[in-house]
Ligand binder design. Structure first.
Ligand code: BTN
Length: 268
C-alpha cells in the first residue's frame, strides 16, 4: 500500500465541524477528472455539497481544454458540486470568488501570500501555483448546478513538473517544506463550504476587496486575447469580476478571456 495516498478519513478529520455538515467528501485513488465525476451527477440533489478528491487524475483538465498535470501522491485535485437558486447571471464572478476563498485559506493556514491572476489563476512569485475550473451544468430554469474544480501544485515532483509549458511553482517551494495534503484539503474545502453560501447571498462584490489585495495584474501592461485583442493597463476588477483595462480608448470592463502580461521577461 502506498502510504502517501490521500485518505477520506484524514481529509474529513481536517475539516471544521461546520464544513462537515455541508460537504460529503469522497476520495478516489485515480479518476479521469474529478470534475467529470461530479458532472455525471448533473441535476441530482446529491450534487449539492458533494466534494470529490483524487490522488491522481489521468485526464485532468484546465481552462480552454488544456491538460492539468495530475501525477499521483503529489498535489491537490478536488471538485465541489453546488446548486444555486437563481438565473445563470447570478454565477457571474464565481470562479474569481473561489480563487479568493482558496487564497485566503492558504494564507491563513500555510502563511503563503498568494496572488490572483484574472480570471482564475493562483500565482506566487510570477509563477502559477493553481487554477480554478468552474463548469456550469445548467439545471432547471431557476436552479444552476455547477462543478467547481480546484487544482493546486503542492509537492510536485520535478520530473512531472517538467512537462508543464508555463512557469509554475508548488506550495512546498513557497513554504519551504513538504506540505500535508490532508490539512490543505481540509482548509480549502472549509473555505469553499463557508464561502459559497455567502456568494449565493452577496455575489462577487463581497470578495472584490480581497481580490484587489491579491491582484497580480494590477498596474501592469496586459493584452487580452480576442478579435481584436485588447491592450492596456490592468486596473483591478469591477464588482462583477470583469477585468478593468485602461486602453487608448478609455476604460474597458472585460468579462471573459485570457490576460497575458506584455512586460518583457515576465510570465503570462
Ligand atoms: C486552470 O488553471 O486551467 C484550471 C485548472 C483546474 C484543475 C482542476 S484539478 C481538479 C479539477 N479536475 C480537473 O480535471 N480540473 C480541475
Amino acid at each position: 500500500m502506498n502510504g502517501n495516498l490521500l485518505s477520506a478519513d484524514r481529509v474529513i478529520k481536517a475539516l471544521p465541524a461546520e464544513a462537515r455538515k455541508v460537504l460529503q467528501v469522497t476520495v478516489y485513488d485515480t479518476v479521469g477528472s474529478t470534475n467529470d465525476v461530479l458532472r455525471e451527477q448533473k441535476g441530482q440533489v446529491a450534487l449539492h455539497g458533494a466534494a470529490v478528491i483524487a490522488d491522481q487524475q489521468t485526464a485532468g483538465r484546465g481552462r480552454r481544454g488544456r491538460r492539468w498535470c495530475s501525477p499521483a501522491g503529489a498535489n491537490l485535485y478536488c471538485s465541489i458540486g453546488w446548486r444555486f437558486a437563481g438565473s445563470p447571471e447570478m454565477l457571474t464572478g464565481l470562479s474569481l470568488a473561489v480563487g479568493a476563498m482558496v487564497a485566503e485559506q492558504i494564507t491563513t493556514h500555510f502563511g503563503a501570500d498568494l496572488q490572483l491572476k484574472w480570471p482564475n489563476d493562483l500565482y506566487y512569485n510570477e509563477q502559477k501555483l493553481g487554477g480554478i475550473l468552474v463548469e456550469v451544468l445548467g439545471d432547471v430554469a431557476d436552479m444552476q448546478s455547477v462543478v467547481i474544480g480546484i487544482g493546486l501544485n503542492v509537492n510536485m515532483p520535478e520530473e512531472q513538473g517538467a512537462s508543464i509549458e508555463r512557469p509554475w511553482t508548488d506550495l512546498r517551494s513557497v513554504v519551504g517544506a513538504e506540505v500535508d495534503r490532508h490539512a490543505l484539503a481540509g482548509a480549502v474545502l472549509a473555505g469553499v463550504a463557508d464561502g459559497l453560501p455567502r456568494f449565493a447571498d452577496k455575489g462577487f462584490a463581497h470578495w472584490q476587496p480581497a481580490w484587489h489585495r491579491r491582484d497580480y495584474l494590477s498596474g501592469r501592461s496586459v493584452v487580452i486575447d480576442g478579435s481584436p485583442p485588447i491592450a492596456g493597463i490592468a486596473c483591478g476588477v469591477d464588482d462583477c469580476g470583469a477585468l478593468l483595462v485602461e486602453s487608448t480608448t478609455g476604460q474597458l470592463a472585460i468579462a471573459g478571456g485570457e490576460a497575458t502580461l506584455l512586460e518583457i521577461g515576465t510570465a503570462s
